[in-house]
Design a protein around this ligand. Structure first.
Ligand code: NAP
Length: 542
């Protein structure tokens, strides 16, 4: 296998491929491209591998996919030697796993840490990218691959006074490595999405007092985590083929299969028994394995929401607090469902209080705490669990320019448009892993697929002695139409959330757009397989 270094038309390339990000996507891309003999450099802003699992080290951070369905599936040796300790591993275990993978496959040798990419510009004559770091270093590479994650650009609320606060504060997605000592202190958590819910459950155990500032509540359901014993792990290991095959068949690559029946095709008793079973079951079964019409039929969704609302009322002692915790602006499952372990019981504790920002909005952050429309609160620590500029946010933070200097951010004004979530017209030789409009869900399953598809395409380019490939505008239009068609009728598309491109903290992200592919992963893979099998007719080459 010759590398592009040896055949390079431009003559002065530093690398065949630059990968941005050393999370699971970047690590696996490196492994696969290096296997093909390419000279690869991964540029990672952090000081270690893991991506999401490197940055999100807030207390309580953990999987909500079953650990054994989430790990890499490509290496039998890795599967044989790694024992998951919990059904839903916590961040320290996941980070350990990422480090283990990096060490096992000697990935660190080609990863440059503390390397934050500021810009990437395409050179249309040289058929290559110039990638510039924020310290001014730049590299020239034939291929550019983004492995920057869907939820990696943390966003702060636009409150006045954030910097005035004299105590300690941070965002959950940028939790300091040395940790935050909140034990015995007065702590505020702002935000009750999946991150806030996980952090709140943990912080309340040792804080002197925890005040939760909630804007819109979410529907949370039990995770039912537990340790994995050695015999249990051996049994899981014996079923890995079966587990990954199941993930290949399900809509979002989880191990939960949708109930093929409609909500109203069963008796009320049967329906309730099924929901009870799902509520008592592990993980996303209640969301991803519910009746087939739960996310499209308003009445079915209303009944399901009522079922979960009753659970909240049963678990929270104070009826007014329970009411505050029950969403009334969206139905169950139409936003991402946070998974919890004793979350609702947190509000029965004497050291926890809940402030509804809908009733008493935060007016500003002060030197000593938070001022709402009602009163001033004093805190030692403020934690912002306020989410991310999702899907396109991490791209927007890099100055990416394609043919003729066209800016990706501008091209995506009004919503992203891609070819299978991997390529963009006018951005030759650029590939995205888990880009907008690619299949999501239990992400590593889709990451492995995306990476292997990109590897094969790069292989096709290099094997043919070519130096450039680009998605044709009509191919992008076709994929975009398909993505939009698949989104029709979903109740979730009527709701403001990161899944519909909304982030009130970010300029220009106040209008709902289709940022997510909502067809099934098997459909997605069938389409992409066909593209490859028929010689990539949807792409231009040069
Ligand atoms: P999120 O779901 O976007 O939640 C952000 C929270 O902050 C919301 O409660 C939001 O309130 C609130 N907020 C934001 N800006 C605010 C403002 N200016 N004033 C008041 N409240 C504000 O973010 P996240 O919890 O970090 O989760 C994001 C995604 O990351 C999840 O959906 C999930 O996909 C992923 N995640 C996964 C895991 C896991 O797999 N284990 C764990 C954590 C996160 P509103 O709802 O009113 O906007």
């Amino acid at each position: 296998m010759t590398t592009l270094q040896q055949t390079d038309a431009a003559g002065d390339l530093d690398f065949d491929a630059v990968v941005i990000g050393a999370g699971l996507s970047g690590m696996y891309m490196l492994y696969r491209l290096r296997e093909r003999g390419l000279k690869v450099r991964v540029l990672e802003a952090g000081t270690g591998v893991g991506g999401t699992w490197y940055w999100n080290r807030y207390p309580g951070a953990r999987f909500d996919s079953e650990s054994w369905s989430y790990g890499f599936s490509f290496s039998q040796e890795l599967l044989d030697e790694w024992d998951w300790q919990e059904h839903f591993a916590g961040q320290p275990e996941v980070e350990r796993y990422c480090r283990h993978v990096a060490q096992k496959f000697d990935l660190n040798a080609d990863i440059q840490f503390r390397a934050r990419v500021a810009a990437a510009h395409f050179d249309a004559e040289g058929h290559c990218w110039t990638v510039r770091l924020d310290d001014g270093t730049s590299y020239r590479t034939r291929f550019l691959i983004s492995a920057i994650g869907l939820l990696s650009a943390p966003t702060m609320p636009r409150f006045e006074g954030i910097e005035d606060f004299q105590g300690q504060w941070c965002h959950t997605g940028l939790w300091p490595k040395e940790g935050i000592d909140y034990a015995g202190k007065r702590v505020a958590v702002i935000g009750t999405g999946a991150s806030g819910v996980q952090a709140i459950q943990e912080i309340c155990k040792t804080a002197a007092h925890l005040t939760v500032f909630q804007r819109r509540p979410n529907w949370c359901t039990p995770l039912h985590n537990g340790p994995i014993t050695k015999p249990e792990m051996d049994e899981i290991r014996s079923r890995y083929d079966e587990i990954f095959e199941l993930c290949r068949q399900t809509a979002a690559c989880f191990v939960h299969t949708i109930n093929p029946r409609g909500t109203f095709e069963v008796s009320e008793a049967e329906r309730l028994a099924f929901w009870e079973e799902r509520y008592d079951g592990q993980g996303f079964g209640i969301w991803q394995g519910n009746f087939r019409d739960m996310l499209v039929d308003r009445e079915a969704n209303r009944l399901m929401s009522e079922f979960v609302a009753d659970k909240i009322r049963q678990r929270v002692k104070d009826p007014k607090t329970a009411d505050l915790l029950i969403p009334d602006d969206h139905g169950f499952g139409t936003r991402r469902v946070p998974q919890e372990t004793g979350y609702y019981e947190v509000y029965n504790r004497d050291n926890v209080s809940l402030v509804s920002m809908l009733e008493t909005p935060i007016e500003r952050i002060t030197a000593s705490g938070v001022r709402t429309s009602e009163k001033d609160y004093d805190f030692d620590v403020i934690i912002y669990a306020t989410g991310f500029d999702a899907v396109t946010g991490a791209f927007d933070r890099i100055d990416i320019r394609g043919n003729g200097g066209v800016k990706l951010k501008e091209k995506w004004t009004g919503g992203p448009r891609t070819f299978v979530g991997v390529m963009v017209d006018d951005f030759p030789n650029m590939f995205m892993i888990m880009g907008p409009h690619a299949a999501l869900g239990n992400n590593p399953r889709s990451i492995e697929y995306n990476v292997e598809w990109i590897r094969d395409l790069i292989g096709h380019v290099t094997d043919e002695g070519l130096t450039r490939t680009e998605a044709r505008p009509d191919s992008v239009a076709e994929w975009n139409a398909f993505v939009h068609e698949k989104a029709e009728g979903l109740l979730s598309n009527e709701i403001d959330s990161w899944m519909t491109g909304i982030n009130m903290n970010v300029e220009g992200k106040q209008t709902r757009t289709i940022v997510r592919y909502s067809g099934t992963a098997p459909e997605y893979r069938a389409f992409c397989d066909e593209v490859a099998a028929t010689g990539y007719r949807e792409l231009d080459f040069g």
